[in-house]
Write a protein that binds this ligand. Structure first.
Ligand SMILES: [Zn+2]
Length: 123
């Protein structure tokens, strides 16, 4: 049985690397983008990240998890465009021929990391 591998440990690894670059600053927010072709439940990613982050600098971080739009390329004119439509093929906005969905690399991408800034902390 084939299973989608969610690279949650890689996401966390990257977040903690950013934390170390900032004198082990606490991670306050992670922005994560999921591939629409991965069919991943954002809540499953959230649960796994919360569990994995426990006891690290990323514990308690706010998690923003969004599913990316589908990317398409027209097979007739080569036009690239995005569409939130979930179908495998949609109509090209330029020439109205059918376009096919592009696979994106990776199922789970960390798009930004926000760490606490000790210089502007509340204490
Ligand atoms: Zn086209």
């Amino acid at each position: 049985m084939e299973q989608t591998v969610i690279a949650v440990d890689q996401i966390l690894h990257e977040a903690l690397r950013v934390s170390r670059d900032h004198d082990d600053a606490r991670v306050v927010r992670l922005d994560i983008e999921l591939s629409p072709s991965g069919h991943i439940d954002p809540e499953a990613v959230r649960r796994e990240l919360v569990a994995e982050a426990s006891g690290t600098a990323a514990e308690g971080a706010e998690l923003s998890i969004v599913t990316a739009e589908h990317h398409y390329r027209c097979s007739s004119c080569g036009q690239l465009f995005t569409s939130p439509a979930g179908s495998a093929a949609v109509e090209c906005p330029a020439c109205e021929e059918s376009a096919v969905a592009l696979e994106r690399p990776g199922v789970c991408v960390l798009t930004s990391v926000e760490v606490a800034n000790p210089a502007s902390g509340s204490d």
